[in-house]
Ligand binder design. Structure first.
Ligand SMILES: [Ca+2]
Length: 131
């Protein structure tokens, strides 16, 4: 019985690690618009406030939703008011919806950091339960 409980807990830990380690990806129907741009922009925070894709749209996401496609009008806008047009940012691999990300200064991707923190918390919880 004890071995079975330990096996179940180990499987839960493995599942948690896999879920935390799997990076969130942009939805394919929107990602197709950005296929010719650097990989650095191909994540949920291109259009959303949070890397999970929740939390609403950022300024670029709102402009994209309003216009509906990558039109010349959208490309010439500076959605996040950081003095770089959306097309300059997309070509440079920086985020046109984040004023703290612009050519020459990209924002770090916190997804990897959050994954490590999540793994450490999960390992701590499981270890504590096994004692
Ligand atoms: Ca920006």
């Amino acid at each position: 019985m004890a071995n079975r409980n330990m096996f179940v807990r180990l499987m839960i830990l493995v599942a948690a690690i896999l879920l935390l380690a799997y990076p969130a990806a942009s939805r394919p129907e929107y990602l197709k618009y950005f296929k010719d741009f650097p990989d650095e922009i191909k994540k949920c925070t291109l259009c959303h406030v949070q890397s999970s894709g929740y939390g609403g749209l950022n300024p670029f996401g709102r402009d994209f939703a309003k216009i509906g496609s990558l039109t010349p009008e959208l490309m010439q806008l500076d959605s996040d008011s950081d003095r770089y047009s959306n097309i300059e940012e997309l070509r440079a691999g920086t985020m046109p919806g984040d004023a703290n990300s612009y050519p020459g200064k990209s924002t770090p991707d916190f997804t990897a950091d959050l994954t490590v923190v999540g793994l450490l918390v999960a390992a701590g919880i499981i270890t504590r339960k096994l004692k």
